[in-house]
Write a protein that binds this ligand. Structure first.
Ligand code: CDP
Length: 212
């Protein structure tokens, strides 16, 4: 049986999460935010007081991540995101998590996976691939607005720096760097509302599903 997977990649705060959730709801597919698998591994290390620089220890934690129990609200902390992007450079960690992500991608009737390397590494045969991006300033503004809306204080310039540092680490690592797959549709949401981005993505996915 052919598996139907929609692959969504892009940098931090590009709006992949909202887009992926809405696409999954629309088509009745299962959704996996693969960033949470890296975050869960990082949180397990933090909670156990273990270092982030041992690949063997991080791999062991990655092998124990349970995909069914992932919850962004308990994994959202900035410190966890930072640690996640550090352990995400380790090949053994990526191997363990990618295997679990691939198994998830085969669920019926279809799946939406979002992350950094879905179209390039995890699901290269995905029926449709989207690379969602926006300028660093727009992405930082969205993250800033989210934090302010949640009633917390935020420093816009620090968030811009953070977004750029994260991009740099994700795009320049040796194993599975963040980049669009050759056959990905590029979706720059800098000038789009969430609704407009969703409609643009849905048009691309509908066209791909009708072709197959
Ligand atoms: O929420 P945010 O966009 O900051 O990041 P995330 O999607 O929660 O992912 C956290 C970190 O995990 C990213 O900075 C990446 O380094 C890493 N990651 C990855 O390497 N590959 C993926 N498929 C997903 C996330």
């Amino acid at each position: 049986m052919k598996h139907i997977t929609i692959a969504i990649d892009g940098p931090a705060a590009a709006g992949k999460g909202t887009l992926s959730r809405r696409l999954a709801e629309t088509y009745g597919f299962h959704h996996l935010d693969t960033g949470l698998t890296y975050r869960a591994t990082a949180k397990a290390l933090i909670d156990a007081g273990l270092p982030f620089d041992s690949e063997a220890i991080a791999e062991k934690m990655a092998l124990e991540v349970n995909l069914a129990g992932l919850d962004r609200s308990v994994l959202a902390r900035h410190e966890i995101g930072e640690a996640a992007s550090k352990i995400a450079v380790m090949p053994a960690v990526r191997r363990a998590l990618v295997e679990a992500q691939r198994a998830f991608s085969r669920k019926a009737p279809g799946t939406v996976l979002d992350g950094r390397d879905i179209g390039t590494v995890v699901c290269p045969d995905a029926i449709v691939k989207l690379y969602v991006t926006a300028s660093p300033e727009v992405r930082a503004r969205r993250r800033y607005d989210e934090i302010i809306a949640s009633g917390k204080a935020a420093d816009f310039d620090a968030i811009v720096d953070d977004v750029k540092t994260r991009d740099d680490r994700d795009m320049n690592r040796a194993d599975s760097p963040l980049k669009p797959a050759e056959d990905a549709h590029l979706l720059d949401t800098s000038e789009m509302s969430i609704e407009a981005a969703f409609l643009a993505a849905k048009r691309i996915v509908d066209a791909a599903l009708n072709k197959n």
